[in-house]
Design a protein around this ligand. Structure first.
Ligand SMILES: *Cc1c(COP(=O)(O)O)cnc(C)c1O
Length: 228
């Protein structure tokens, strides 16, 4: 049995008694490699680039639940709007409006799930909205008139650090943003339920702080080679 199948089983076991789900992050890995995880029964996969996602979607079975987890440019929404399950990296009202528009044009049977990416790390290079920007988005009339998307939670990328206290604080921050938004805008709405946080190096910590979706790449598929 492949070590990838073993890794999938390991995470299934780890998440068994938690509300959390695993997004297997496949960027830079081949479809053959991804197929090993698929054959082990895994169905939720994440990519961070549109072109790579489109190529892999075409070559892999269509019962995969694809999540986009990287920055999305407005002009690229149209390439994924047919098949994407969840866009975790929504960071502006303009992007959300485009996703809604493209979802309306396609004959999708389900809305596109969207997660608000909130900035929790101190690196400026990380995309994501501030809490106030997320509030403004949710208060806008534009948002209220969107019927082809649904907001299912928040996503955050923590600082790239070994400092456990710092990571814990950032995860706590995201969870508290989630709870405030839930109370203010989604009180009776069960769609708003997910906190996507935690990667290979910090998923245990993220789970302790309330993550419902961990995004693990190298911990399943091994290290990435970006120069292929
Ligand atoms: C690559 C990536 C991950 C997975 O990173 P690993 O450290 O390999 O687990 C998670 N989230 C995002 C947004 C990523 O781009």
């Amino acid at each position: 049995m492949s070590h990838i199948a073993d890794n999938i089983r390991y995470f299934d076991e780890q998440l068994k008694n938690t509300p959390a789900r695993l997004v297997a992050v496949t960027k830079t890995h081949s479809v053959e490699t991804i197929k090993e995880a698929y054959d082990a029964g895994h169905r939720i996969f994440g990519e961070n680039k549109v072109q790579e996602l489109v190529d892999k979607y075409a070559l892999l079975p269509h019962d995969i639940e694809w999540h986009l987890i990287g920055h999305l440019q407005t002009n690229k929404v149209k390439y994924i709007s047919d098949f994407i399950d969840t866009i975790q990296s929504v960071d502006s009202l303009k992007l959300l409006a485009e996703i809604n528009k493209r979802a309306e044009q396609r004959n999708r049977t389900t809305p596109i799930n969207c997660m608000l990416q909130l900035s929790i790390a101190d690196e400026e290079t990380k995309f994501g909205m501030t809490y106030d920007e997320a509030v403004a988005l949710l208060q806008s009339d534009d948002y209220r008139n969107m019927h082809y998307i649904r907001i299912t939670g928040v996503m955050g990328i923590a600082t790239n650090t070994d400092d456990q206290d710092k990571l814990r604080n950032e995860f706590r921050q995201l969870r508290s943003y989630f709870e405030q938004l839930k109370e203010t805008f989604f009180f009776a709405n069960p769609d708003f339920k997910d906190i996507s946080m935690g990667m290979t190096s910090d998923w245990q910590l993220a789970l302790e702080e309330g993550s419902t979706m961990i995004r693990v790449g190298s911990g399943i598929f091994g290290s990435r080679n970006y120069n292929k």
